[in-house]
Design a protein around this ligand. Structure first.
Ligand SMILES: [Zn+2]
Ligand SMILES: [Zn+2]
Length: 148
């Protein structure tokens, strides 16, 4: 087993991701609180636009748009929740791309993922043959500090 560590992309603190998170548990909890606040704001103000939501709730527009892209406001009555497809610019309401582009990009993404996987396997092999990896040394250090 290896232990991966990562810098939180929000507060820059070092943490151990459990399943590939980019932010630490503290920041995640804060974001969830904010998401709840945004969601209840939409519930309390039926028919508002995205701009009114961002201004009224005080939440960062980045967070609000990410929630829209995740489909968290579907059937919530939020208006103007449309943004351009990341590939062709057509207005969409969910995901990063329109259906047409998503289909095309999915094929490319699969090829990309396969290429990345074989690269990672090669890097892992190299790390194994060179002895201890960075994560192993971390693990040893943690064990030592615990037994002392
Ligand atoms: Zn953080
Ligand atoms: Zn598109």
């Amino acid at each position: 087993m290896t232990i991966n560590i990562r810098n939180c992309s929000r507060c820059k603190r070092i943490f151990v991701p459990v399943s590939g998170e980019k932010i630490c548990p503290d920041c995640r909890a804060e974001e969830l609180k904010l998401e709840d606040h945004v969601k209840s704001y939409v519930r309390d103000h039926p028919g508002i636009t995205v701009n009114q939501l961002i201004e009224g709730s005080g939440a960062p527009s980045k967070l609000v748009w990410r929630m829209i892209m995740q489909g968290q406001f579907e059937n919530s009555g939020l208006r103007d929740a449309k943004y351009p497809c990341g590939n062709c610019g057509k207005l969409i309401t969910r995901g990063a791309y329109c259906d047409e582009c998503a289909g095309k990009l999915k094929q490319n993404a699969q090829k990309f993922a396969e290429a990345m996987n074989s690269k990672r396997r090669a890097a892992e092999k190299k790390a194994q043959s060179s002895g201890k990896t960075f994560s192993d040394s971390m693990y040893d250090a943690m064990n030592n500090s615990r037994s002392r």
